[in-house]
Design a protein around this ligand. Structure first.
Ligand SMILES: [Mg+2]
Length: 309
């Protein structure tokens, strides 16, 4: 079944659990859960798997696998405009893996966790029985601007994205840096109404954001920042570079909505040295569309990554 359908099923099942958890503020459905601690503050909690054959090909270096596991988890904390606190990891090593592999993997996880300010404080390890898999849980706290959810986009907002998109499969999906600093600066200095990280692909994640906010998005194809990787990839696939930028997953850039005037300032000045592009606007209603360079429009379809589960 499609991942969406499965998440719907999980939502139904967990509704009672969520209702029974007095600390929960935001449950299944955003980039991370928001939990109010019995003491005072709020925590952001997210867990992500990185699985051989799904998120990386067999033979990928342990350094890259470990880095990706941490970066993916922390990208979800960034997607809430949060500050990471710590991580825990559960590692399953494939039967044929060596002790050197095991050491290299755990070292990569701990080094990446430390580098991004989310020290590894615990976990579990086992070996045998199946593919290599790292499950990374990241815990954070709201940044100085507070938590930013997917659901706050307002009519008239500009829709912006950081960096350039497409064909991360050429390597960036293993080496990207989660946009933690950038998201904190965004939350602190701007009225960001909605935020998500681009993990499933721009078209799909725009629709996630629009749906959560109960609005439509008018996406301008000509404005979408296309990566060099997408250009290169397109020469091999015979597709257009823009198709890779629109639909490929795992860019892990920030996609967000804020007032137009603030968007213009960000485009001019950049965000912590990172380029920002306005790719569309939030419109009333629930229909999202793609405006083509000739001015014609077509319904925006979720062309990005969707798992079958
Ligand atoms: Mg996410």
């Amino acid at each position: 079944m499609p991942e969406r359908e499965f998440i719907e099923y999980i939502r139904e099942l967990t509704a009672r659990n969520e209702a029974a958890c007095p600390w929960l503020e935001v449950g299944v459905g955003d980039d991370a859960a928001v939990v109010r601690t019995p003491g005072a503050g709020r925590l952001l909690v997210t867990t992500d798997m990185v699985v051989e054959g799904v998120h990386f090909v067999t033979g990928t270096g342990m350094e890259l696998v470990g880095h990706k596991a941490v970066a993916r988890g922390l990208s979800d904390i960034a997607a809430m405009a949060g500050r990471p606190l710590f991580t825990v990891a559960a590692v399953h090593l494939a039967p044929g893996s060596t002790d050197a592999d095991a050491r290299a993997l755990v070292r990569a996880i701990s080094e990446a966790a430390e580098r991004y300010g989310a020290p590894l404080i615990g976990g579990d390890v086992c070996r045998g029985g199946g593919a290599l898999n790292v499950t990374l849980t990241a815990v954070g706290t709201p940044g100085p601007g507070g938590v930013v959810l997917r659901s706050g986009a307002r009519t008239g907002d500009a829709v912006c994205v950081t960096g350039r998109l497409g064909a991360s499969i050429r390597g960036r999906h293993l080496t990207f840096a989660p946009r933690i600093r950038e998201a904190l600066a965004l939350g602190e200095g701007f009225d960001v109404h909605a935020l998500i990280d681009v993990s499933d692909g721009l078209s799909t994640d725009v629709l996630h954001l629009a749906e959560a906010s109960g609005v439509g998005v008018r996406l301008q194809e000509a404005a979408i920042p296309v990566s060099e990787d997408a250009e290169t990839q397109a020469r091999q696939t015979g597709r257009r570079p823009i198709e890779h930028a629109l639909d490929d997953g795992e860019d892990y850039e920030l996609l967000f909505c804020l007032p137009r005037k603030q968007a213009r300032a960000l485009v001019e000045r950049g965000l912590e040295g990172l380029e920002v592009t306005v790719v569309g606007e939030v419109v009333k209603g629930s229909e999202s569309c793609l405006i083509l360079p000739d001015g014609s429009r077509e319904p925006l379809r979720a062309g990005g990554w969707e798992y079958e589960v």
